[in-house]
Design a protein around this ligand. Structure first.
Ligand code: SAM
Ligand code: SF4
Length: 336
């Protein structure tokens, strides 16, 4: 039992229970993936970022109010020093309200921290890997070193972390690597999720040039592979298939071609303590101020308001030539 026991579980106006918190521990990153960030980014000042103690207090509150899964993300979560220790602290809540603690990472620093993360109670992680071609990887990330990322993934696997590869499908950049990536993931024992590029935040180019609708990709895959739909849903926008010939679990996140908001079970907390109720809307509330000025009880009251404000669905579109992002905020602020 904790201090918040007995308080209302989080549910929105549409009857959706909120059980999943995406927690961005930093908006900073050591890469600059072209679909995610501009090359020159203005990051938030460190003084505005929640301390680990504040993050822990807010996580305790979310858990008390029914959140059962927390994903640490960013930006790149592992560029903030002390994050493995934060994972250890949050990991103490596993089997004490929390069912799962996970992370999304670009794996550049995973070789250093994989073992600690596993020891903290993390069992599964998502790793961004849009290509295994060294030149294409350097181009997409602007300066990333594929060997380092692959070493990180290998270390994660050795530490016993189950790995799901996230691959943003990019027209003319990695579309011809989807099948090789499927084969590689199957060989390595990783799951694979393909993601449609979403119009979040200004980047240095027009995202619509690289937008690759996944319904077309799936049709093409179905000519060569048997895609068996899986019942599993994560409450997010992903659908899963078992690729019979490869023994691969393949996910597709299709917020553009297929909107699955109806089952949404998540909210997002930024490094500066803002809560966003939907990835596709700018609407947010300031949990950090509530916490600093009124303590956990004030933050809890603000969560009620957040539930009332959670929209039914995102409404972003992407159309050739549309250029402008649907929301100003980059994915790295709220985390993927
Ligand atoms: N840095 C970590 C990483 O790359 O895995 C975690 C944060 S990153 C924002 C989380 C996920 O969001 C990654 O899989 C990334 O590919 C994806 N992502 C970033 N910007 C995106 C966008 N505009 N559209 C779709 N996916 C995006
Ligand atoms: Fe960094 Fe992840 Fe965004 Fe790439 S996708 S720039 S690794 S936050």
């Amino acid at each position: 039992m904790n201090a918040h026991a007995g308080v209302r579980l989080l549910a929105d106006r549409f009857g959706r229970r909120i059980e999943y918190l995406r927690l961005s521990v930093t908006d900073r990153c050591d890469l600059r993936c072209r679909y995610c960030m501009a090359e020159k980014m203005q990051f938030v000042p460190r003084r505005d970022v929640l301390s680990f103690e504040e993050i822990e207090a807010l996580c305790d509150l979310f858990i008390a109010r029914g959140v059962r899964k927390i994903r640490l993300t960013g930006g790149e979560p592992l560029v903030r020093s002390g994050v493995p220790d934060l994972a250890k602290r949050l990991g103490r809540r596993l089997d004490d309200g929390l069912d799962e603690l996970t992370m999304t990472t670009n794996a550049t620093r995973l070789a250093d921290f994989a073992r600690e993360l596993k020891d903290a109670g993390i069992e599964r992680i998502n790793v961004s890997l849009d290509t295994r071609d060294p030149d294409c990887f350097r181009y997409i990330t602007r300066w990333g070193d594929i060997d380092r990322t692959l070493r990180g993934i290998e270390a994660g696997k050795r530490a016993g972390l189950a790995i799901k590869i996230n691959m943003v499908a990019l027209e003319g950049l990695n579309d011809d690597e989807i099948v090789p990536m499927m084969r590689w993931c199957a060989e390595q024992g990783h799951d694979l999720t393909l993601i449609e590029t979403m119009p979040l935040g200004h980047i240095d180019e027009d995202r619509t040039d690289r937008y690759l609708p996944l319904d077309g990709v799936r049709e093409r895959l179905e000519r060569d592979f048997t895609l068996l739909p899986m019942a599993e849903r994560s409450g997010g926008p992903a659908r899963y298939w078992q690729v019979a010939e490869l023994g691969l679990k393949l996910g597709m996140i299709t917020p553009l071609t297929n909107n699955f908001c109806a089952g949404c079970n998540r909210v997002r907390l930024t490094a500066t303590g803002r809560i966003y109720m939907c990835l596709g809307h700018d609407d947010h509330l300031d949990l950090k101020s509530a916490l600093r000025e009124g303590g956990v009880d004030a933050a809890s009251v603000l969560l009620n308001k957040a539930m009332f404000q959670k929209p039914e669905a995102h409404d972003f579109r992407i159309a050739p030539g549309a250029g402008e992002p649907a929301v100003e905020r980059h994915m790295s602020v709220t985390g993927g």
